[in-house]
Design a protein around this ligand. Structure first.
Ligand SMILES: NC(=O)c1ccc[n+]([C@@H]2O[C@H](COP(=O)([O-])OP(=O)(O)OC[C@H]3O[C@@H](n4cnc5c(N)ncnc54)[C@H](OP(=O)(O)O)[C@@H]3O)[C@@H](O)[C@H]2O)c1
Length: 271
């Protein structure tokens, strides 16, 4: 078929990925002549697996665990955003060459802007819990939004120390209850609170009533952290929007259409 747009997501394992649901929903909604597939590529076969996609005429693909860093070696060009975050999650293929970018920072910021439209990033300090890949994307976004001070804390302190520079300071994991007291924004980027994982043990009773809490975990949608915050009338933003808005960018790049994030899509992604 001519002009059939082939896209997908590579990872290992990949069956859990929500990306095919999201992209195929938009493909149908906008009448795109194309398809978005889950593609399982074992880490030992990354190069040959990606070459196969090039040979099959793929327009691009998303990249998930465990390939977000190793894919960078296969890219012909990586934009500054992905270089700074240190990971590529979206690849476009042109003339057989890979062009890498990262859409997680956009997804993270857009989620808060859309779901808490009156929130002012510039008003005070932000505290990031966790120092993994998602934390790096959040850090990048917060710096772009001109947050005046960022505190990062992680179980493995060294990883937080490595991200500290300028307005970003790292503190011990045991100090997190003190750090969040005066915060304008508190973000959980750890996997704590996910289904099957322990809850995040944090005391939010002394935080500012004007603070915003964002948990980027979306399974469950309402983590214990968010449930507790909600019961105290603290403003919250769930993690599903980050997933949906990061997907928008790839869809735009490959299909030339800016898709909408709707409640119907959100429900589908959570199903
Ligand atoms: N909403 C979205 O679109 C979106 C996007 C990306 C990720 N996420 C979610 O964000 C979470 C993190 O993803 P990631 O890619 O950043 O993963 P990652 O790079 O593996 O980082 C995991 C983070 O969780 C911390 N952690 C894990 N177990 C812990 C424990 N028992 N106690 C304290 N800290 C613990 C790790 O600390 P150590 O460094 O000490 O191990 C690290 O900071 C996952 O739940 C993922 O599903 C959501």
């Amino acid at each position: 078929m001519t002009n059939f747009i082939k896209t997908g997501v590579i990872g290992h394992p990949i069956s859990h990925s929500k990306s095919p649901l999201i992209h195929n929903y938009w493909i149908e909604k906008y009448g795109i002549n194309g398809e978005y597939k889950s593609i399982d590529i074992h880490p030992d076969n990354l190069q040959s697996g990606v070459q196969k996609l090039i040979d099959e005429g793929y327009k691009g693909f998303n990249v998930t665990v465990p390939h977000k860093i190793n894919i960078m070696d296969l890219c012909y060009e990586i934009d500054d955003l992905a270089k700074e975050i240190g990971a590529v999650n979206t690849v476009t293929i042109k003339d057989g060459k890979l062009y890498g970018t990262n859409t997680d920072a956009y997804g993270f910021a857009q989620n808060i802007k859309i779901n808490a439209p009156n929130f002012d990033f510039k008003k005070g300090k932000a505290v990031i819990l966790g120092a993994g890949g998602a934390a790096k994307a959040a850090l990048y976004a917060l710096e772009k939004e001109a947050v005046p001070e960022i505190i990062i804390t992680n179980r493995t302190k060294e990883k937080a120390d490595n991200l500290a520079h300028g307005i970003i300071k790292s503190i011990d994991w045991e100090q997190k209850n003190n750090a969040i007291k005066g915060a304008n924004l508190i973000i959980n980027t750890t996997s704590l609170g996910m289904t099957g994982k322990p809850n995040l043990d944090i005391d939010i009773t002394k935080i500012s009533p004007h603070a915003l809490i964002n948990d980027i975990v979306y399974a469950p949608l309402y983590t214990d952290l968010l449930k507790t915050a909600k019961s105290k009338n603290i403003q919250i933003v769930t993690g599903i929007g980050m997933l949906l808005y990061q997907a928008c960018r790839g869809f735009e790049l490959w299909n030339g259409t800016t898709p909408n994030v709707t409640k119907e899509l959100e429900d589908l992604a959570l199903s």
